[in-house]
Design a protein around this ligand. Structure first.
Ligand code: ZN
Length: 117
């Protein structure tokens, strides 16, 4: 498991499982539907679940291969702060909008940020 992503990876993997189950169920429902419109609707829903599953899988792979930027929203103004790929704990970045400085910290294998004076 990638350092700093424990809760995010757990969340993404549980969502991936939900999308897999939905795709399976929608395909089953499409298979037994007698009405062509109902069948099409379930086929559409199954394709949507597959797209969600593929997108979630891509994010997980990007995290696991360190090809993912660590971003946070500024605690003061809400603007995005980018710590880049594979940052080190203790790295400091300024909010590009309000200039507040933050340090990247780790709490129980989750990245988070701490405002600096
Ligand atoms: Zn800010």
């Amino acid at each position: 498991m990638r350092e700093g992503y424990k809760s995010i990876l757990e969340f993404l993997e549980s969502n991936l499982e939900v999308e897999e189950e939905q795709e399976h169920l929608y395909n089953q429902f499409a298979g037994v539907s007698q009405d062509s419109k109902v069948k099409e609707t379930f086929q559409h829903l199954a394709r949507a679940a597959k797209s969600h599953r593929d997108a979630l899988g891509k994010v997980i792979r990007n995290i696991e291969t360190d090809d993912h930027d660590v971003n946070f929203y500024c605690l003061m103004c809400g603007w995005e702060i980018n710590f880049g790929k594979m940052p080190s704990i203790g790295n400091e970045e300024r909010c590009p909008l309000c200039c507040q400085k933050f340090a990247l910290i780790d709490i129980d294998n989750d990245y988070t940020i701490k405002p600096l004076p």
